[in-house]
Design a protein. Structure first.
Length: 326
């Protein structure tokens, strides 16, 4: 774990994390899922491994069934276009970019496809995957994936970049940040000094505000009543109300309740949510929460509501739009 405080780049944001914080980032960029980069010996090694995979996929015939074909036709699809002849859909290499793209059907009985690009930087293999349905989508998917991989730049997430782009684990997709906006991330933070605490951010850019579910401010009283009806003992409110964070207006609540797994202890939960601004990648729909729950042996490093609120205020107060993100 890092021994010093640091600023972490996530999506188009930066957050300051304390000594001993360990962060995990899961992100999606235009439905592309970056994988954790792996150390390799060389680009040639990756090429050879992927060539072997491609040749193997080409030897496996697609196994279509009359029932699946009939279902596809009933849904308005042409089964002859949904399936390739073999599991291999495409394989291309660009030595100058040190990129390889592989398209395939992972299940010979299904129309699902996967496109993946391997991009080599300094003997690190960065892999980007795109899942879709139907072999006829491969050409489009390949184009999107190849362009995104070409725009990708490795970087240390603890040294936030100054250029426009979307940060994922180990790098950034460079872009202007203009619509269409198809990006999301989840950040999970654990703390060396506070094993009883976990901090989570979920964010996704929107093109319209979700009207199907009321905002937190409009549903919080009902959820509090349900909690109080199901928890033995006093459920207290540490804080609640409007809070501007991460560049947009939102609503927060913090509660404290008895923890029934360990008698005599409390669980504390803070939650903040913002509806987001359509077509603004710097103001996505966001949900941020922090849970403080005694460990299995009943220990808790945070013993009062005031201590819990201080950590919450420190973390959410440091979450901000990254300068130059768009």
């Amino acid at each position: 774990m890092p021994s010093q405080p640091y600023s972490l780049c996530i999506g188009r944001f930066v957050i300051d994390l304390p000594v001993g914080a360990n962060a995990r980032i899961d992100a999606s960029y235009h439905f592309i899922e970056p994988q954790k980069p792996k150390q390799v010996d060389s680009f040639e090694q990756v090429k050879q491994q992927l060539e072997v995979r491609a040749k193997d996929l080409q030897t496996h015939q697609i196994q279509r069934s009359p029932r699946h074909d009939a279902m596809a036709k009933a849904g308005g699809f042409d089964p002859d276009k949904l399936y390739g002849k073999t599991q291999l859909l495409g394989f291309d290499i660009d030595d100058s970019l040190q990129q390889v793209v592989l398209g395939y059907m992972p299940d010979p009985t299904s129309s699902g496809i996967i496109s993946e690009v391997h991009k080599i930087f300094n003997n690190m293999d960065y892999v980007f995957k795109f899942e879709d349905a139907g072999a006829d989508n491969y050409a489009k998917d390949r184009q999107i994936l190849w362009a995104a991989a070409t725009s990708f730049t490795p970087l240390n997430n603890r040294t936030p970049p100054t250029k426009p782009g979307f940060c994922v684990d180990g790098g950034m997709f460079a872009d202007s940040g203009k619509p269409p906006v198809k990006e999301s991330f989840t950040l999970v933070v654990r703390f060396a000094d506070h094993p009883d605490a976990q901090f989570v951010i979920d964010a996704h850019a929107i093109d319209a505000v979700n009207k199907d579910e009321p905002s937190l401010r409009h549903r919080v009283d009902g959820e509090l009543n349900i909690l109080r009806a199901n928890v033995q003992g006093h459920v207290g409110v540490i804080d609640r109300g409007d809070l501007k964070a991460a560049g947009q207006d939102g609503y927060q609540i913090g509660i404290s309740a008895p923890y029934d797994e360990v008698p005599g202890t409390h669980i504390r939960k803070f939650f903040w949510s913002a509806d987001g601004v359509p077509n603004d990648v710097t103001r996505p729909f966001m949900e941020v929460d922090m849970t403080i729950q005694p460990t299995d042996d009943g220990k808790s490093t945070i013993k009062t509501d005031a201590e819990a609120k201080a950590l919450w205020d420190q973390l959410i107060g440091s979450l901000r739009i990254r300068p130059g993100a768009v």
